[in-house]
Design a protein around this ligand. Sequence first.
Ligand SMILES: [Zn+2]
Length: 545
Amino acid sequence: MHIPVNFDPKSWQDFEPHYQALLRVTLTPANLSEWLRRGSQLEKYVWEIHAGCKRARSWNFEDESVRQSYQRFIDEIFVPFQEISHALQTKLLHEMTWEADAEYVEMIRRFQQAVDAYQVKNVPLERDIAELMDRYLLITRSIEHRCEEATPQQCSKEERWRIHQTYWHQERDKIDEIFLAMLSKRRQLARQAGFPSYTLYRWKQLSRSDYTPAEALAFHQTLAASISPVKTALQQSYAQDHQQRPWEVGQAPRELMSPLSFQRNADFEAAMAQVFSHLDSEMGTMFERMRVGFLDLDARSGKLPGSEEWFFPISGLPCVRVFSNGTDEDVQLLMHECGHAWHDFLSFAHQELTWQCDVPGEFQEFAAISMTYLATPFLFQDQGGFYPVSERARFQAFLLYEPLRWLPYIARFDVFEHWLYTEAPEAVSAAQLDAKWMELSQQFEPDVNWSKYEYECAHGWQQDGRIFGQPFYMLEYALAHMGALQLYQNACIDHRAAWQVYREALALGGTRRLPDLFQAAGVDFPLLPGVVKSVTDFLAATLEN
Ligand SMILES: [Zn+2]
């Protein structure tokens, strides 16, 4: 049953006969490629609808009708799609008794991992978790609103931070309740799928077969120990004998940041279009196309906070949301999200099947963070950009402060999650979560002075949505930074060559194992011995210059 050229599915009834036809085929070496192509094409339509619902929802998060249509998509299309996808994967693994072609090996390995982690009875639990996440997001939006109203225009960072803490504090019981319910449901997911812990279940779900949870924990210890002295040295060079206070940790030091001069977002977009087209004309064209309906850089009420990228596989275009604040951070976030965009764009252009574009999260973040380094030379006026050349050293130090600021926090965050899902008692209380979070603050971020704010420190975990929505994801940023800094080092020697291998590695999509993807981009897999040391030495030397 061929998919018609004018296929325009609106409901599961439009998809189902095509999926049923795929289930009826007996697979042979001769018909496998065509069978995969048809399945992939159907799946692209599902993701296209998903991308549209997601765009509407994230651009108008408080619009009830938009939220309802997103939920309708999940219930009526996405849930049956997940069930039938599982059936198709199981069928393929069962019937394919011959050796797979090289181009399919990695995809089939991931199918096996997905089948091992999947349980039909887990679908309602996943749905419950998604609803809890929605409740959390609504609470955080309402906190943000109330803070905006209560914060005077002229207000110090410290005062602003204190107002935030007051409103977070008012919701803390509700947030505790949401998280403890999520935790219990996640443990249930693991048990139902036959795993001894949610950590191991999640490892399988994320297809992490190139390193173990124990290696991840050891990596955090090494990383935190080698990065902390570099961070302290840089901070001391700006403000001697000053210990960071809680309201100073979220951003780079004041000396490294600057407001942007654009009056309108359209001007900012146009300037960044120039940057990307000087970097690579094909990327510039992609960005120009995104400017019509696939790019949202406003800071407005009702829009989902944060920044994100996702792909429309039928339209062949990425979509990016950034919540601008009028500083250098907008440039950095947009470059980051456009790194994801470029990655998806190249993967889908070069790989035929949608599953060949499923890239491990570690390498996705590598692509995004690397873009911030690779696009930077074109931000300056001597290469057609908008920043005066005199701003170069400051902006580069601002960019390099990011791994210093982030990596100790990521280590703390990830170690917290390992504790949550592996060691914490079954009946863990909110007070125990707070105590652990605080203990890890002292271990991984001893340079931050929380005195008089110990209470606020203890609840800090509630303010990071990734604990709620993306368990164990933070490690991926740490590995990605270690890879991206190596690529930056290569680009300092030969930018054109570094860009070329980066581009080629991105176009591989997910057709190689994780260490091979890093190698294809010209960098060492971050968990190899000695990589952390050599990267932090490079970072320290670059910051000293
Ligand atoms: Zn990212």
